[in-house]
Structure formats: structure tokens, C-alpha cells
Design a protein around this ligand. Structure first.
Ligand code: OGA
Ligand code: NI
Length: 357
């Protein structure tokens, strides 16, 4: 994982990040990263293939359980999301990032705000810029969409709203399946799951754009991180770039494994709040995005979390004499505040007996 910088970037002028600045013949110092090759990168073959699970599989619970125990990440098919919706969403994402820099900056994130166009939230922890642009949607995108397309904002908003609805239902279903795969009964889940139904879930959508890069080995699209959510569903277009960090095991050392784009699948990864809820039975997975020398990559992260006012702590039934509750309960908002302050030390900060914040 890249080490924390000597001098974090504070208030990088967004102009530095404008798309015209990605049209370099080589990677400029501002975007040149060191430490990218801390662990070997392996091809997704043989035992290094992230499990692909069909959600209609009769053995679904067992498959999720095995995938989470071994990988903390899996890909899904049979999810019921229409390919046509993904095609329409992709078209809107291309439309958004193809706008002029001045236009996009009209929808820039205001300081302290989570929604809008700009740098990904973790950028402030690094002294180098990432080779990407992002647009975060938390709540309605209407206000920002009106600034981007004063005369035609509804086609963007309609697709995003349709996607949000479908993904909340899918996210909620997966959350329940993951809890079942931890060995909880339906009754346990009713009692202990912080999300009662899909309307109740908090969610955010992150649109990412990774322009082609002349020297992809010297830069990164999105630095290594874990997500703060319960789980994240990631859609990537046909260009590969997502890598997950796989722990050392009998098949090899710690290594970056590429998650290849498979048409109409999502990658589901365990986030920090599931790490807490499951009392470390399932762990949040470190991942990053690399860039491509010739192709424009886009991805969409759908982050699923608890209702904003609900505290999440280890589920009682998943604690026991050999492992008591490892973390204290936190709300998603409280945890996100810790992440903005401490980044990859946030989980440590809520460890029982080690609270430092
Ligand atoms: C994210 C993320 C990876 C990708 O948005 O949190 O991890 O491949 N994205 O874009
Ligand atoms: Ni992520």
C-alpha cells in the first residue's frame, strides 16, 4: 500500500485536475507515484481468480460464505439488473465526463460536502494526484445535474434514480445473504441487522473516470483503500483496472490480483462496517484501480450502509469467549468522519481498548 505522504495535498486547486491536464505525453511529477509495486501483481488465473457467484445458485449461502472467508470479495451474475440500464448509465457517465472542464467545475464539490464533481475523498491523504476524475452522488443529483446540463438534466437524473432503486434492493438482498452466510438465522437477522428493508438503507454512488495514460506503471487511478460501507457493488466497463490485495496464503505471497471486467457482473467487496458487524469474520478488502495505456475506463461504485442514525457494532451472536466484541458501535457518519481524519487508521480508532479518537 502506498505510504502516507510527507506533505498531504490540501486544497488542490481543482483546475489542476481538469481533463485537459490528462493529455500529457508522459506522466508529470504531480501524478508520478512511488511504492506502486510494493507487492507483485498477478493475473487472474487458477487459484487467483476472484469467485464468480450466480445469485440464483441453490447453494448461494455456502458459496458466499466460502468466497468471503477466502477472499472478502466476489463477482456476481444472476442479479437481475438489466443490461440495458447499465448501458444507459454508462452513456450518461461518458456524457458527464466529456463535458468541458469549466462546465464540470460548475458542479464541483463544495468544501466539506460529499456530493459533486472533483477529487475522490481520499486524495487529501496523498501528496500525488491520481489519474482520475470522480463524481459522487449522495441524495438527489438534481441540483448538480441542473448545473451540468441546464437544458437537459432529467435524462441523467432519471437513470441515476432508476439505478439507485434497483441497486438498493440488490444491496439489501446481498447484505442479508452475507449475514446468512455468517451462520445467522432469519430471526437473528431480523433482530440484529441494522437495515430493516431496502428503503431504509443509506447509499452513495461514485462515478469514476480513468482517462488513458501514456505510462500506466508510473501512476494510479485510485490509491489503495478499503471502503467504509457494509458492502460495495462495483460496476466496471470493459476495461480492466480493479485490483484487490490478497493475503499471503498457501498459494503465494501477499499480492495484487486483477478483477477482470466480466460483462454484466458486479464486484461485491466487504467494507469496514461489515468488518465491524461480523466481528472480523469477514474483513474489509484493500483494493485500488490502475489505468490503461489506450482505453478510457469507467466504473461505478454503489456503497451500501446502515441508516445514518443507526449505530453498528459487532452482532452479539458473532461474539464469544474466544473473540469478544472487537469494535465499539459507530454510526456510518461518525465512521466517515474518522476516515476523513485518520484514513486507514480509522478501524483501529474504534477498537475496544484502543480508542484514540
Ligand atoms: C471506489 C473504488 C475502484 C474502481 O470507488 O471506492 O474502489 O475500479 N473504485 O474504480
Ligand atoms: Ni473502493
Amino acid at each position: 500500500m502506498p505510504s502516507l505522504p510527507e506533505k498531504p495535498l490540501s486544497n488542490v486547486p481543482l483546475q489542476l485536475h481538469q481533463p485537459k491536464n490528462f493529455q500529457f505525453d508522459s506522466v508529470p511529477e504531480s501524478h508520478a507515484w512511488r511504492d506502486l509495486h510494493d507487492h507483485p501483481t498477478v493475473d487472474p488465473i487458477g487459484p487467483d481468480t476472484v469467485p464468480l457467484i450466480d445469485l440464483t445458485d441453490p447453494k448461494l449461502t455456502a458459496k458466499i460464505s466460502k468466497a468471503c472467508e477466502e477472499w472478502d470479495v466476489f463477482q456476481i451474475t444472476g442479479h437481475g439488473v438489466q443490461p440495458d440500464l447499465l448501458t444507459r448509465l454508462e452513456a450518461q457517465i461518458h456524457r458527464l465526463f466529456a463535458l468541458s472542464a469549466d462546465r464540470k467545475l460548475k458542479a464541483a464539490k463544495s468544501p466539506g460536502d460529499v456530493s459533486g464533481y472533483g477529487l475522490v475523498p481520499i486524495s487529501s491523504f496523498f501528496s500525488k494526484l491520481m489519474w482520475s476524475e470522480g463524481f459522487t452522488i449522495s441524495g438527489s443529483p438534481l441540483h448538480h445535474a441542473q448545473k451540468l446540463w441546464p437544458d437537459d438534466y432529467s435524462s441523467f437524473c432519471d437513470v441515476v434514480e432508476e439505478f439507485d432503486n434497483v441497486m438498493r434492493q440488490l444491496g439489501n438482498k446481498l447484505l442479508h445473504k452475507i449475514l446468512l452466510s455468517l451462520g445467522l438465522s432469519k430471526e437473528d437477522i431480523i433482530r440484529a441487522c441494522p437495515v430493516r428493508d431496502w428503503h431504509d438503507m443509506s447509499a452513495a454512488v461514485q462515478l469514476n473516470s480513468y482517462p488513458p495514460c501514456p505510462d500506466p506503471d508510473r501512476t494510479i487511478g485510485l490509491a489503495a483503500h478499503t471502503d467504509s460501507s457494509f458492502l460495495t457493488l462495483l460496476y466496471q466497463n470493459s476495461v480492466s483496472g480493479l485490483q484487490i490485495l490478497r493475503s499471503k496464503d498457501h498459494t503465494g505471497p501477499m499480492r495484487w490480483v486483477t478483477v477482470p471486467p466480466v460483462p454484466n457482473t458486479f464486484t461485491v467487496n466487504i467494507g469496514d462496517l461489515m468488518h465491524v458487524l461480523s466481528n472480523v469474520r469477514f474483513r474489509s478488502v484493500m483494493h485500488r484501480a490502475m489505468v490503461n495505456p489506450a482505453k478510457h475506463r469507467i466504473s461505478v461504485g454503489f456503497f451500501c450502509g446502515p441508516p445514518m442514525d443507526v449505530k453498528v457494532g459487532p452482532i452479539n451472536k458473532l461474539t464469544g469467549p474466544e473473540r469478544g466484541p472487537v469494535y465499539r458501535p459507530v454510526t456510518w457518519q461518525e465512521y466517515q468522519r474518522l476516515r476523513r481524519k485518520l484514513f486507514d487508521k480509522a478501524l483501529e480508532a474504534i477498537k475496544i481498548g484502543e480508542e484514540i479518537a
